[in-house]
Structures are given as C-alpha cells and as structure tokens.
Design a protein around this ligand. Structure first.
Ligand code: PLP
Length: 369
C-alpha cells in the first residue's frame, strides 16, 4: 500500500548543497557567525521585510532566549492551543503560564480572555499565530500598552505572513520563527528571533553565545543556541525556492478546498483575508454531523496508508506538567476544548500529488471501513 505522509521537508538541490559544502570545507570556518550565517540573516531580513534577524539552532531556544532578553518573570498569558514548546519555554524561565481561551473561528488567542486573565503578576503576553493566521495584533498590543506588558509572538507558523501591508513579525516586542524540517522554510533544525532595534539584536546575539561580548567579557548567563554554517548554507538554498514551494502548497490547498467544500460535517479554516499566507498546514474540523468521530477518521486514514495529524491535540493545558494550573481547567478553555477534539491536519507539502489529494478526499467523502 502506498504511504502518504503528513509532511515532507523541502530539501535544497543536492548539487547546490555540495557546492556550498565545498566552500565551507575550503574556508574551514564551520560555526560562530560565519559568512553563510551573516548572509542568511541579511537575506531573511530582506525577504521577510524585518529589521533584525538573529538565527538560532532551533525555535524553542529562540523562545527561551526571547523571554531572557526581555527579563520576563511572574505570569505570562498564553494559549493552550499550540505546540508544547510555546509554554515549555515559560517553565524553562521559571515563569507561570496562564492559559486563555481561543477564538473558535481562527484558533488564535481570544483578546477578551486575555484581558480577564491579567493579574498583578502578569508581565507579558505570548500569543501564537496558529497555522499562520495572524492574531488580532492591534487589540493585543493596546491591551499590552494599557497594562504595561511585553508581547512575544510565537510566529513559528507565520513565515512570510503579512498584516496591514507589512510582516506580522514587525508587531510586538519580539517574534520567534522555527525552521524545523516540518515548517514551510527549514534549515533542518533552526529558528530565529526578530527584533526591532540594533541594541536588542546585540543583546540577543550575546545571549545565544554564552553572554560573551569579547575575549575578556561575559555580561549575561547566556546559552549556546547558535546556528552553524552547514545549516545556514542549507537555509540559503531553501530560501531561493521558498516562493515556489509556497505556490505548490497553495495548489494543494485549493484542490482540497474544491474537493471537500460540500462535505457535511467538515469545517475549514478561513484564510481568505490573510496576506502572504504560507499554506503550512491544512487543518479540517470534524463536527458532530459528520459520519465518523475525528479519531475514527484518523484511524481510517491510517488504515489506508494516509498519515494525518491531530495538531493540536491534546491541549497543552491537558499535559500533567500543566494540568494543575487553575487556568488549565477545560471550563476556562471551552473553545480550545472543542477545537482540540475536532481538528485533523491533512497531508500538506509542496510535492504532495494531485492523485493523493483525490484519494484522501474520496475517503473523507465516503468513510467506509
Ligand atoms: C515548531 C514550533 C515550535 C518549536 O520550534 P522548534 O524549531 O521545533 O524548536 C514552537 N512553537 C510552535 C507553534 C511550533 O509549531
């Protein structure tokens, strides 16, 4: 039986990568802000339309370091409907996550729920642009201003996404990206912090390199989260093809919509208003009037060699390390609870074939065991 995976990484062309590797071997400079690293930071800043990019070895260390750079303590209001790295970064900083419910239409944190979760301990907000759909950033930032809070966006899904004619990454105090193999743009493992001033970029760059300023000076208890030259070179090659990759993903997305739009009990994410959408995921939401439950559909697809992903399920707030926090109670997270029980992300990647999408959607239309 043919297997259809839920995602496949975009790989650079092998010959091009070999040429880059030959350059690295010749230079004998393999990490610590080398030529490829500098070039990738500059090209990403230009591509994304942002001021400063600091590359990281992964998105989670970027999140952890972003919180360090802003000196975040106390409580941070965030979403239960995300990947667990979002809130693990808070625990690594000794910060208490406070969960706020999400909007049922776009899966992003609900601004009203944010405002009611604020206490005297709140120091920051950490919203996530889930599936690359921008949060309500104007409202979030007016709340932040009113209560004097920092805003760190987990923009791991929002590569290239625009809002009001500019990158979503220009909002908030800091945003982080992930360049993990499963993301639209990947450096195998990797990530970045986007900052808006030279001073902040400098601070972040020091923090990701042990807090070292120069040979004799260490100013912060930094970590080691640097991206190496091999990954930066790989990233530069992937960046050349990322627009083409996104276009191919869009074609998959449009075919899914076409084939599933009339299926009773299947809901979609509305991305029609999103500029620069990157088609990173294709979530559907299985309602009560569908022929099967969500988990049964997941199993049926699996029995037919099709891997889908319940992303995000369970809620972060359901994991034992979080479930004893008061705000983790599902009665506080009603919309998130419905989404997590109904979501199914279907296979989505640039090289996904039309016949595969037809096979997947035929099964969803006729879910016979
Ligand atoms: C992928 C992801 C991360 C973590 O990024 P890594 O590069 O895998 O460490 C964080 N948050 C969200 C929402 C993600 O999807």
């Amino acid at each position: 039986m043919k297997q259809i995976f839920v995602t496949k990484p975009s790989l650079p062309r092998l010959e091009e990568f070999q040429t880059s590797l030959a350059r690295i071997w010749k230079s004998e400079y393999i990490t610590n802000n080398g030529e490829f690293h500098k070039e990738l930071e500059a090209k990403l800043a230009a591509y994304l339309g942002v001021k400063y990019v600091s590359l990281f070895s992964n998105g989670t260390l970027a999140l952890i370091t972003a919180l360090q750079a802003l000196g975040i303590k106390g409580e941070v209001i965030t979403t239960p409907y995300s990947f667990v790295a979002t809130t693990n970064s808070l625990l690594w900083n000794g910060v208490k996550p406070v969960f706020a419910d999400v909007n049922s239409n776009n899966c992003n944190i609900d601004v009203e729920a944010i405002e009611s979760a604020i206490t005297s301990e709140t120091t920051a907000l950490m919203p996530v642009h889930v599936y690359g759909v921008p949060c309500e950033m104007e409202k979030i930032e007016s709340i932040a201003k009113k209560y004097n809070l920092k805003v760190i966006y987990d923009a791991a899904h929002a590569f290239g996404v625009q809002h009001n004619g500019q990158s979503v990454l220009n909002y908030g105090d800091l945003s982080i990206l992930s360049f993990h193999a499963t993301k639209v743009f990947n450096t195998i493992e990797g990530g970045a912090i986007i900052s808006h001033t030279k001073e902040m970029k400098q601070k972040i760059d020091n923090l990701k390199n042990f807090g070292i300023i120069d040979e004799l000076t260490v100013v912060d208890a930094g970590i080691n989260a640097k991206m190496n030259e091999v990954q930066a070179a790989y990233g530069l090659l992937n960046l050349k093809h990322v627009d083409e990759e996104i276009l191919k993903r869009k074609k998959c997305h449009d075919l899914y919509v076409e084939l599933l739009k009339d299926v009773a009990g299947v809901d979609f994410l509305d991305i029609s208003e999103v500029k620069g959408y990157n088609y990173g995921y294709y979530p559907i939401f299985i309602k009560d009037d569908y022929a099967l439950g969500r988990n049964d559909l997941y199993d049926l697809l699996m029995e037919n060699g099709i891997y889908s992903r319940r992303y995000f399920y369970p809620l972060i707030s359901d994991f034992p390390i979080y479930s004893n926090i008061e705000s983790a109670n599902r009665s506080n997270l009603k919309n998130a609870a419905v989404l997590t029980e109904s979501v199914l992300c279907l296979p989505m990647y640039a090289e996904l074939e039309e016949e595969d999408i037809i096979a997947i959607t035929n099964l969803i239309k006729n879910p016979i065991k």
